[in-house]
Design a protein around this ligand. Sequence first.
Ligand SMILES: [Zn+2]
Length: 507
Amino acid sequence: MNQEMNEKLELVKKTCKRADQYRHAGALIMFDLETLCPREGKGEQGELLALLETEEFKIKQDKTFTEAVELLYQHLEELLPLDQVLISALMREVKHTRQITTEMANAFSMVYNRAYIDWERAKQESDFSIFKDTLQQVLDVSRKKVELWEALPGEPTDSYDRMLDDYERGMTAAQLKESFDVCKARLLPFLKELMQSPKKIRTDFMHRPVSDEQQRRLAEALLKTLGFDLTRGAYALTEHPFTETITRNDVRLTTHFHEDNFISSLYSVMHECGHALFAQLDAEEHYDHFITEERTCGMDESVSRFYENRIGRSREFIHLIYPTVCEIFPEVMGDVSENELYEAVNYCTPSLIRTEADELTYTFHIIIRFEIEMALVAGEISVSDIPAIWNQKYQEYLGITPQNDREGCLQDVHWSSGFGYFPSYLLGNMFNSMYAVKMNEEINVGKCIESGDFTTINRWMQEHVFRKADILSPLEWIRDITGRAFTPEDFLNYLEEKYSKIYGLKR
Ligand SMILES: [Zn+2]
């Protein structure tokens, strides 16, 4: 590598550092907005956030920067491996945003911000007509954004594929559809069978009152058990739980406490802690190379859902936490056995709300959203068709129909900021089922969970799952971990085996 390239690389990294500092400041505001900021203060905070985002965008639009990226990209093989990852990612970004002026970027942000506000009101009033027009604008803007791509060789040409590519590099709608269709073919009859089982699962105690203080104690016990590092992380309360990586040494997660639903907080802590462990245990040099945003949503969700479901809803984990739960809220657990708690957290039934669904029916919540957004972006259906199609699909797959749009197509915030996110949740389940098989071959996972040995589990995750997530595309990554090509089979086997046992079905 010659002197000129060295200087260019230096310049690129300096620019990334500066952009990252703006992102860092924005992340702090974001966290504040969702946790402590009073309602009347949100407007100005929102403006400040938009200002920081625009600055970050401008820094990376600077000509000396984009030219340096292009030059380095032409000499990619001469760079060190992590620099190659960084330059490839920046080249994609440059190509995808070159045609977007600062004014356009601003206008796009305005549409998304407006859509968020309208969605919130529409949901509150359970009235899709309030959201309809801005959702149309979101659709137009999202299409426009991907039409403006200068594609690199091998990148998709179809609009929805490009939207997906933003979340899951290198995966197409056709690939997803194929694996989702396999899920439908196996899980629809299986769900029917389960629903006909005479097995009764006790759930009455799940909604007994548990105070905030008791739930806080449980949340802290869970974080400690799972190995969340509180010297490099924090937690706070919010309405819709999320995790924000401010920096490698400042990873913040959130949860909520609902008095009549302690299970909701328990599993949101498990889920967010999965995201947080990923961020805390990711390699320091990846942060130094500004490539940690390269991991895809599916990879991230595979980890959060691994801790939430594969660990959190396992028999061994319930065995581990049962004494703690009984100790913290004895008045709720007094007449509940360990087995009853295990069955209750795995109670399977068709329901309307995605975030409250069990592991099995969750699959259909995603498939429904995927099918609708794919048809929408392709122009096969229009925005105003959404409520009717939504209800029709819930009837078809789950045999239930929402009474209103709040518990129907308005329940999730995602579409106010574009399309292509939902499939990542289901992909996450498929990914973690594949690496769980591998993990079980190498360590005794059940025994680790039962004895609270999360050091061994987290280390395995760090070495196999986290290590290359920022570097490889999802399909390369899952093959690297497991030695096998991507498949939904492991996920389906896991569901059938687990629920057959709980519901006493013969297989
Ligand atoms: Zn998540």
